[in-house]
Design a protein around this ligand. Structure first.
Ligand code: OOG
Ligand code: MG
Length: 253
């Protein structure tokens, strides 16, 4: 247990000092249970500094991300108020190690999801959907990690921006136009997210049920990237989802 605390601190220090750490798997044989425990401890460290959990995020819900990172299983992490960027705002790049941006869909939880109830209908606990951009910033050197590493590292969560909320609706097969500041535009589809982003909610419920992760009223859910991530650089990065509008943030050195 002390070991897990030490590993959580190692990741936390990597974040606060902006010095990447080698893969934990190089030196430790961690189970997936250990990894979620480290994530929990890492969150407790952040909460002890006054941060509040405001939502949950999924990772590896698209083929593009699985291929890019070499991890094939859906994972869950937590996002906090300190990670939130308001639509159109600046974000300081020196607050990260090696940030990347990716286009996402966000859902809003209107009613707490009781994961212990086997008949719970998670879709009925969601009232809104919006375009989003996630900033990921692995605490591991060169963004190289194993499945357990990335779970321990809170799924690389580092920042997020959410556009205007619209009433909950079917957002399958919507065109995704991602315009990163420093790279060519990428065009994709929301169907890249598990065939339909709504499936991300069901995948979330399954992981949260097993790992005891709460999904509370008011939480946001980031459903996972529709395309591979690109480095976040100075300038404006925008994501447009057909029928949902666009969202942006501007990186500043
Ligand atoms: C892990 C986080 C994956 C997504 O949307 O698939 C993720 C990473 O790629 O560093 O956020
Ligand atoms: Mg993501």
């Amino acid at each position: 247990m002390t070991d897990l605390l030490e590993l959580a601190r190692r990741l936390d220090t990597a974040q606060t000092s902006r010095q990447a750490t080698p893969s934990l798997a190089d030196t430790h044989e961690l189970t997936i249970e250990d990894a979620y425990r480290i994530q929990e401890t890492l969150l407790a460290e952040r909460q002890s500094r006054g941060e509040h959990v405001v939502g949950v995020k999924l990772g590896f819900t698209s083929k593009a991300k699985m291929v890019q990172m070499g991890v094939t299983e859906v994972i869950v992490g937590r996002v906090t108020d300190a990670m939130r960027v308001h639509d159109g705002d600046f974000v300081r790049l020196d607050g990260f190690l090696h940030p990347r941006a990716e286009p996402e869909i966000a859902y809003r939880i209107s009613r707490a999801v009781d994961a212990d109830d086997p008949t719970v209908d998670i879709e009925s606990c969601v009232d809104a959907v919006a375009p989003a951009i996630e900033i990921i910033d692995s605490r591991y050197a060169d963004f190289r990690f194993t499945h357990t590493d990335v779970v321990a590292d809170n799924a690389s969560a580092a920042g997020f921006v959410i556009g205007q909320w619209r009433r909950m609706q079917d957002v399958a097969n919507r065109a995704v136009r991602f315009q990163p500041a420093g790279a060519a535009e990428v065009v994709g589809s929301t169907s890249a997210i598990l065939g339909n982003p709504v499936r991300a909610l069901h995948a979330l419920l399954a992981v949260c049920r097993t790992r005891g992760i709460p999904i509370s009223a008011g939480h946001v859910v980031l459903a996972g990237a529709a395309t591979a991530a690109v480095p976040l650089t100075a300038g404006t990065t925008r994501c447009d989802i057909a029928g949902l509008g666009s969202v942006s943030l501007t990186g500043r050195v």
